[in-house]
Design a protein around this ligand. Structure first.
Ligand code: G3I
Length: 326
């Protein structure tokens, strides 16, 4: 993070699954976090099922705890997320809503959450992962019930909620995977940005998740050209969930480590080369022991900058070199 800031980035950050997991009290983990990272994204604490477990019953305890830790470490926070298909409360998914009623639920959730956390958030991922790989909207309770208007309304409500509390500096982002290289999905994001702006609704930036596989990381040219296309549309961009996993064991051979280091270098470098409007880089956890990968992709792993005993890997040093511009 110190290197990244000295090169004009706002941060080099990490996701953390705090509180409620072993990370919360693991002092060795927290020490590495504090020393290396200047931004923290809550892996779970601010998601719908935790912040509004029952309709109009809000619980910001976990989100507040997360922010307390981040602030103690002088880390900024990308608040994550408001409207997504996953980790919803049962009252949302198990009710047969009318479009009007569900729109009201979404509006209430956005207003209460955004206004509670206020300017403690650097930004909000307002809508998360709304699109399929062909660029059309994915099925979700939001899309299936409200139609594509849900997307535009979510940003409108976030903008209004912030304006009401005078926190207009909090940035509004769209965050997704599969938009790191040119293609129909990245094109669709640009189209949605145009439509938001035609409706007079604010969007400030695009989060490129960047969950990659060792040896299959998109090229520097591809990653750079997509970032530049967003920047040309007057958007900030950030790498928001970078990790590079092994699709099968072993995870720690010398050759594998070297390829992973090259892959991290390429992605980090693409943000450095994209100029000041690629504002920062966030990894989706930094410690193989706490990575989300093995529980989602059986047999895969080893995706992070540190191994499962918190030793920095070649990918860590390669990332630092990319940040330094070496
Ligand atoms: O809270 C329960 C706990 O009560 C229970 O005992 C435990 C048992 O498994 O599960 C806990 O919930 C888990 C939660 O993480 C908190 O640790 C869920 O099962 C688990 O599915 C959930 O995984 C999260 C995942 O999103 C859900 O889709 C990961 O931690 C989180 O890293 C991951 O993050 C997503 C981003 O939000 C969006 N982009 C992709 C990224 C990776 O999947």
């Amino acid at each position: 993070n110190t290197l990244a800031q000295s090169r004009g980035k706002l941060w080099f950050g990490t996701a953390a699954d705090i509180p409620g997991t072993a990370e919360t009290t693991d002092t060795a983990y927290l020490d590495v976090l504090q020393k290396n990272f200047g931004e923290m994204t809550p892996a779970n604490a601010m998601k719908f099922m935790y912040t509004e477990p029952e309709q109009n019953v809000f619980n910001f305890t976990e989100g507040d705890y997360f922010l307390d830790v981040a602030e103690k470490y002088h880390a900024r926070v990308r608040c994550h997320n408001l409207v997504w298909v996953s980790q919803l409360s049962e009252f949302v998914t198990a009710t047969n809503w009318t479009a009007e009623a569900l729109t009201q639920v979404m509006k209430n959730h956005i207003f209460r959450t955004v206004q509670h956390f206020g300017r403690r958030c650097y930004s909000w991922d307002v809508v998360n992962e709304a699109l399929s790989s062909d660029g059309t909207f994915s099925a979700s309770v939001w899309y299936d019930t409200i139609g594509e208007d849900y997307f535009f309304l979510a940003y409108k409500y976030a903008q209004e909620a912030l304006a009401e509390i005078g926190a207009n500096e909090v940035k509004l982002y769209y965050n997704d995977y599969g938009i790191e290289s040119p293609g129909p999905k990245a094109d669709a994001v640009l189209q949605l940005v145009s439509e938001l702006r035609e409706r007079g609704i604010r969007i400030d930036g695009i989060g490129l998740e960047s969950h990659f596989i060792v040896g299959e990381t998109p090229s520097l040219a591809d990653q750079l050209s997509t970032k530049k296309s967003f920047i040309q549309a007057n958007l900030d961009v950030a790498i928001t969930e970078l990790d590079v996993r092994f699709s099968e064991a072993p995870f720690y051979t010398a050759a594998g480590q070297q390829q992973q280091a090259t892959d991290y270098y390429t992605s980090v470098n693409s943000c450095m080369e994209a100029g000041p409007r690629c504002i920062g880089i966030t990894v989706w956890d930094f410690d193989d022991a706490f990575s989300w990968v093995p529980s989602t992709f059986a047999g895969q792993g080893g995706a992070d900058l540190f191994n499962d005993t918190l030793q920095a890997k070649p990918a860590y040093y390669a990332s630092a070199e990319a940040v330094e511009g070496e």
